[in-house]
Structure formats: structure tokens, C-alpha cells
Design a protein around this ligand. Structure first.
Ligand SMILES: O=C(O)CCC(=O)C(=O)O
Ligand SMILES: [Fe+2]
Length: 269
């Protein structure tokens, strides 16, 4: 199944493609996968990030805005640090405690692990579509402002798993000590965790292979691994409405809600 996701969304040598095609694909599916030539992966990924948006520096990134994600000695296992260990990193939204998490996340595999370290990806549009069928009411409750708190004690932001922005659903989600749920929504949060877990796909990436996800739509993570492994990451922001009218960020609520309405009509009839 993971191989299916990589191939289904593969844009090949993405640097030779028109950035508008890349945008359209991300806007439609929330994801693209790619294979870079790999002579200088860091530079190639930086070019790709700059072609798609404004590269956003991160506290862990270098001057070029790219972050090398590899085990760092002495890493503690708190939210935000786990990436620099060899531990399982459950699928999450990057920078989920910020007021505006970055729009795009670009990850390329520079050194695959000898064992483990598979990419984990979750299409939250598909998760929400399933949730609307199985748990009516979950969406509304997890849309409630303040139903979730993101961050670590002392640096928190009240928010919600789902937000509606101009008719598009934006998702913010983690599964570590960087997210707390209001007691009123624990049942819904637990059900959502189960769906996220069930709908997570794994990708085995070789050197030079990677993915771009809409950070408001897909979650990403990785499995535990042994030995060395290196991933290069770029975070980027795009204009909320691009000049050519391609909307970016999250997925349209209309398409997902239509699915629920069809089901309700079916149940009534
Ligand atoms: O190691 C990976 O593949 C992803 C790491 C990551 O998502 C993070 O550090 O936030
Ligand atoms: Fe991440």
C-alpha cells in the first residue's frame, strides 16, 4: 500500500517540472512524491522549496533553511526533539503549536536506515471522510476552539484538530506530549487516534526519494530505526490564493461533507 502512495503521486524528476503543475497536484491530492538526482540533495531540495514558496527557517534549520534530521547525541525525547533520535515518530503536523504552521513540508531521504526508518503518511481528508461515516458529531466537536491544546507546558496554544479556513479544512494533530485534549472531547479524540493509526501508510524511501505534503492536510512521521539515517527537510509557505487561482492549504470541506450528506440521505431513505 505504501508503495502505491509513492507511485500514485510520483512526479519523477520534479525539478524539471513546471512549479504550477506541482502546485496543482498538491492542491488536488495534498501530496506529491519525487526522485531527485542526488548529486547535492540539500541544494536540490532548497531549489524545490524556493520554487514553491517562501522557505521558512526553523529553530533547528541551518542558514539555508534546510534541517538535517539525523540522530543527535543526548537528544531528549520531548515533543519537537524526537525527530533527532532513532525513535518512532508518530504522524504529526509540523510546528503544530505555532499560530500558522508552515504550508508545505518537503522531506528527502539522504541516507536510508539499514533497518526501519520508513516514512509514515496519513491522508487526513480520507480519515475525516471515514470519521463522518463512523462517528457523526466528531468533526463538529473537534472543530470547537479550545478543544485541544498544542505545545509543551509554558508554551501552549489553545486550538482544535480541525479548523475551517475559507471553506477548506485545516488539520493540526500530533500524538505525543505536544498535544492535550479537553476532557469533553476525549471520546472523539480517541476514536480519531484509532482511525489515524488504521489509515497510516508506510513508504520505503531510497536515497534521493522524498515527498512534499500540504502540512494542513497530511500527517507525516517515521518508524524506529537502527544505525545512521538522514533526512533533509524544508518548510515553506505559499500565498493563500495563488495568482493563477489555485487554492492552497487544507482540503475543501464541500467534498468531504457531500459524502456525509449522501450517507445521511441513504439512511433516511
Ligand atoms: O525522520 C523523518 O523521516 C521525519 C522527521 C520529522 O517529521 C520531524 O522531525 O518533525
Ligand atoms: Fe515532522
Amino acid at each position: 500500500m505504501g508503495r502505491g502512495v509513492f507511485e500514485a503521486h510520483h512526479m519523477g524528476d520534479i525539478l524539471s517540472r513546471d512549479p504550477e503543475d506541482v502546485f496543482r497536484t498538491i492542491s488536488t491530492f495534498g501530496i506529491v512524491t519525487f526522485s531527485l538526482r542526488g548529486d547535492n540533495l540539500r541544494e536540490e531540495l532548497s531549489c524545490l522549496g524556493a520554487a514553491l514558496g517562501r522557505v521558512r527557517p526553523h529553530p533547528h534549520s541551518d542558514a539555508d533553511g534546510a534541517t538535517t534530521i539525523a540522530p543527535r547525541p543526548g537528544t531528549d525525547l520531548r515533543a519537537g526533539q524526537l525527530g533527532f533520535s532513532r525513535e518512532h515518530l508518530p504522524p504529526h503536523t509540523d510546528a503544530s503549536a505555532m499560530e500558522f504552521p508552515p504550508d508545505l513540508l518537503l522531506n528527502v531521504c539522504a541516507t536510508p536506515a539499514a533497518r526501519g526508518g520508513e516514512a509514515l503518511l496519513v491522508d487526513m481528508r480520507a480519515v475525516l471522510a471515514r470519521a463522518l461515516q463512523l462517528h457523526p458529531g466528531m468533526f463538529e466537536r473537534l472543530l470547537t476552539p479550545g478543544s485541544a491544546i498544542f505545545g509543551t507546558p509554558g508554551h501552549t496554544r489553545a486550538g482544535s484538530v480541525f479548523e475551517l479556513c475559507d471553506g477548506r479544512v485545516h488539520v493540526r494533530f500530533r500524538q505525543d506530549d505536544g498535544m492535550f485534549f479537553n476532557a469533553n472531547v476525549l471520546a472523539e479524540a480517541t476514536a480519531l487516534l484509532g482511525l489515524v493509526d488504521a489509515m497510516t501508510v508506510q513508504l520505503h524511501l531510497k536515497r534521493g526519494q522524498g515527498y512534499i505534503v500540504d502540512n494542513h492536510w497530511w500527517l507525516h512521521g517515521r518508524t524506529r530505526f537502527d544505525g545512521p539515517r538522514e533526512v533533509i527537510r524544508i518548510l515553506a509557505d505559499v500565498a493563500s490564493e495563488r495568482a493563477d487561482g489555485v487554492p492552497m492549504g487544507g482540503f475543501p470541506w464541500q467534498g468531504v461533507s457531500a459524502l456525509r450528506d449522501q450517507r445521511q440521505a441513504g439512511a433516511a431513505g
